[in-house]
Design a binder for this molecule. Structure first.
Ligand code: MRU
Length: 372
């Protein structure tokens, strides 16, 4: 997507040095556009854990490139030593964030490809570089395709409204910043907007890290999509007054049974949507499916982050400085549950790169019969 008119992806190899991976350090957005170099696995792990990069698809792509960096630094003394080192680095990366399934998926895909390559370390490094690029390209292409499928939902509503703007509500950032390009929840919006359909997005601020207010608002603005940032608790009120036509969110892990893990607060939006007859869609590339677990509430590991993210808030002062301020009484403890589960029964449909399906085992396996 475009940043100040120039095309960017969220992760790439440095032009003049393919041993360096470059990312957009999202902690500085929307006030600063900062590109960061990643040169070793520890830096990659910190970038994921401290959320320089975030969002399921981008976490997966970063893990893919992280494994390439791991291969570059692995000992060449023997094939066994090489594989033991990259495998230990893979464990380090997997431990950074527990909820997004794409992370483990990317690490395992890299390990399988490197083990299947010959014993020559140079060949394994080349394979790891190719797979990292493949994961990133696939992520972008799957998001582009799911955008085409999801566009039909927005167009249908637009026709029903006689061309009046379609009001989409989204939570957190499941935009291109959460993937390699296009995004998941935003891909149908961009596709419809680019075709001239009038769309307006209600952007949940998404406390405590404000991915909606900081990131979704910024990227929609960069693409010229009309949007309004709202406080997290506004959605239900808007739905009661007919001001939301459809909710589209992303997901960090969706079970093949249809349960959806996503940023904390998604569940409450789904409840409000159900109560008000507003369709609630979840957009995801297939890398975000969990093909093993059946019960979202019981089985998905949920990340709890430090309470300081709730107690403090970052922003830009009038003088243009970026500062953090304390929001709560200094001594009040704070809890920071990062994700929740929206049960399948509240989800109208899943928008994937293969089409739209019901959020159920039959619906998902109907689109992905090879997973039966
Ligand atoms: O904690 P984050 O910013 O990595 O969480 C991202 C989300 O939960 C988003 O809502 C998103 O939908 C998932 S993005 C693939």
């Amino acid at each position: 997507m475009n940043v100040y008119g120039k095309h960017y992806r969220t992760i790439w190899l440095k032009d003049d040095d393919p041993n360096v991976v470059q990312i957009i350090d999202q902690r500085h957005l929307p006030h600063r556009f900062v590109v960061e170099d990643l040169t070793n696995v520890d830096e990659v792990a910190v970038a994921i854990k401290d959320m320089h990069v975030r969002g399921a698809g981008l976490i997966g792509a970063t893990a893919g490139y992280g494994m390439y960096i791991a291969a570059l630094h692995a000992p060449r003394t023997s094939p066994e030593a090489f594989m033991a080192a990259v495998s230990a680095d893979g464990d380090k990366l997997i431990a950074t964030r527990p909820t997004a399934v794409n992370l483990e998926w990317a690490v395992k895909r890299q390990l399988a490809a490197m083990s299947a390559a010959g014993d020559d370390p140079e060949e394994r490094i080349q394979v790891a570089q190719n797979i990292a690029k493949e994961i990133a390209d696939e992520d972008a292409e799957f998001c582009r395709r799911l955008g085409e499928h999801g566009k039909s939902i927005i167009k249908e509503i637009s026709e029903r409204k006689g061309g009046e703007p379609v009001n989409v509500l989204t939570h957190c950032n499941a935009g291109w910043l959460a993937f390699v390009d296009y995004g998941s929840a935003t891909a149908p919006v961009y596709a419809a907007h680019d075709e001239g359909v009038l769309v307006h997005v209600w952007v949940d601020e998404t406390r405590p890290r404000n991915q909606g207010a900081r990131l979704t608002a910024w990227e929609l603005g960069q693409h010229g999509v009309p949007h309004t940032v709202i406080a997290d608790n506004v959605g239900g009120h808007l739905m009661q007054h007919g001001l939301v036509d459809v909710v589209i969110v992303g997901t960090d892990r969706t079970l093949y049974t249809g349960d959806v893990a996503n940023k904390i607060g998604t569940y409450l939006k789904a409840l409000a949507a159900k109560d008000n007859g507003v369709p609630f869609y979840v957009a995801l590339p297939s890398s975000t499916f969990d093909w093993e677990k059946r019960d979202g509430v019981e089985e998905i590991p949920f990340e709890q982050r430090g309470g300081e993210e709730v107690k403090y808030i970052w922003g830009q002062t009038e003088a243009g400085d970026i500062e953090q301020v304390l929001l709560t009484p200094e001594d009040s403890p704070a809890a920071n549950f990062a994700f929740d589960v929206t049960p399948a029964r509240l989800v109208t449909g899943l928008i994937t790169e293969r089409g739209i399906c019901a959020a159920s085992e039959a619906g998902v396996l109907g689109l992905y019969p090879e997973k039966r």
